[in-house]
Design a protein around this ligand. Structure first.
Ligand code: NAD
Ligand code: MG
Length: 394
């Protein structure tokens, strides 16, 4: 049996914790090379005690020396490092086979790209990295021969329903369209008036999935589905008009692929990220994930409905951005990150999220992407415009 060496970027987050849960079920098959975390140092410490990685990577020198001392006292010889360079190094290290990219937001772009450029098997949870850098990211995948396996449950489902040769082009393999399912989030039935006064706590209480704060707010605003639409365009080389979003409140059908002969293949499962994580870790093998068997009789019914662009404009903004191309998706992503953080810190309301994003997109015309620095510049300028908009209206 071959042993895979794994780096988990964002180990202390929701996806990171689920990844280590799956790994712990298969001792002897996976060895943890590095774990990284930006906060929750107590969680990272526990993880280091259990998995004994060679490296832990944290945000700064103060965190690093405190964690190093605690680990040393407990006889753990994990080396604690800090900063962006260390993140990239533990992703690209020659001894590493698999990198779980589970940092949230733009902060994950450079280490995820480092893993791609080093030709690793990259388990992609950090959708923002791909949204920001799409063409560049996919070119790096082709150049290095990296194997990118989607962790986002919808994209993992689509991957499972695609024929193995889908890279030949969707039309060539007989795919008519991709049906991307969305739960609709906690505010699916809310009126515009109700949406205006929802709180961060309400937005973070997702009905089906337990997730980090940022993606929870994205799910509530439907921007998560917008980012996923862009993600699917890149991963499956699909045009935006080949992807239809369908609201499916039970979150049991994780997405579907519609073929020209009328066949529609779907992947179903309980809403638990350990399923796509186990699938991508072991692919093409199947391993136990700890997720219980689907009980269709207790689910009893599966509902589907159309999304509502009027109450949830973020999906439409994302569709427009990916259609325009260039830097538009990086701008959309950056404005959304500022909008979500501003909502979470009570500096603006929930219905301001799409207004802020639309403003930033309107003042920053899309440019064709030159290189990574160009994307990072668009990201920075978009954040500045978003902050300026917020400052001027309050
Ligand atoms: P989370 O907030 O629970 O965890 C984020 C992780 O990133 C933590 O380990 C945190 O310490 C680290 N991090 C945060 N800021 C950082 C920074 N500036 N530099 C380095 N590390 C930093 O988030 P999550 O819910 O686990 O989501 C992670 C990613 O996976 C996101 O891109 C999200 O969209 C995607 N995703 C999550 C789920 C889910 O069920 N949670 C599902 C699909 C996709
Ligand atoms: Mg998803």
């Amino acid at each position: 049996m071959t042993v895979s060496r794994v780096t988990v970027l964002g180990a202390t987050g929701s996806v990171g914790v689920s990844t280590l849960d799956v790994i712990a079920r298969h001792p002897g098959e996976y060895v943890v090379h590095a774990l990284t975390g930006h906060s929750r140092m107590d969680v990272l410490e526990e993880q280091c005690l259990l998995h004994r990685p060679v490296y832990a990577v944290v945000a700064d020198a103060v965190q690093a020396s405190a964690l190093q001392a605690r680990l040393h006292d407990q006889g753990v010889d994990t080396r604690v490092r800090h900063g962006a360079e260390a993140l990239a190094e533990v992703s690209a290290d020659a001894s590493v086979d698999v990198v779980m990219a589970a940092i949230v937001g733009a902060a994950g772009l450079r280490p995820t790209l480092a893993a791609v450029q080093a030709g690793k098997r990259v388990l992609l949870a950090n959708k923002e990295a791909l949204v920001m850098s799409g063409a560049l990211f996919m070119q790096a995948v082709r150049d290095s021969g990296a194997q990118v396996l989607p962790i986002d449950s919808e994209h993992n489902a689509i991957f499972q329903c695609m024929p193995h040769n889908y890279a030949a082009g969707l039309a060539q393999v007989g795919v008519r369209r991709i049906l991307l399912t969305a739960s609709g989030g906690p505010f699916r039935e809310f009126s515009v008036e109700q949406l205006a006064s929802v709180t961060p706590a309400q937005a973070c209480a997702h009905p089906n999935w337990s997730m980090g704060q940022k993606i929870s707010v994205d799910s509530a605003s439907m921007m998560n589905k917008g980012l996923e639409l862009i993600e699917a365009c890149w991963l499956f080389d699909a045009r935006p008009d080949q992807i239809e979003v369908v609201i499916h409140p039970q979150s049991v059908v994780h997405s579907l692929v519609d073929y020209v002969d009328g066949s529609v293949l779907a992947q179903l499962g309980n809403p638990d990220m350990r399923t796509p994580i186990a699938h991508a870790l072991a692919w093409p093998k199947r391993i136990d994930s700890g997720v219980s068997a689907l009980d269709l009789l207790s689910i009893a019914r599966l509902d589907f409905q159309a999304p509502d662009d009027l109450r949830f404009p973020c999906l439409k903004l994302a569709r427009q951005a990916v259609t325009v191309g260039g830097t538009a998706c990086a701008i959309l992503n950056a404005a959304n990150e500022v909008a979500v953080a501003s909502f979470l810190s009570a500096r603006m309301g929930f219905t301001d999220i799409p207004v802020m994003i639309e403003h930033v997109l309107s003042v920053m015309p899309s440019e064709s992407v030159q290189d990574l620095d160009h994307i990072m510049l668009a990201d920075r300028v978009a954040r500045e415009h978003a902050e300026k908009w917020l400052a001027q209206r309050s």
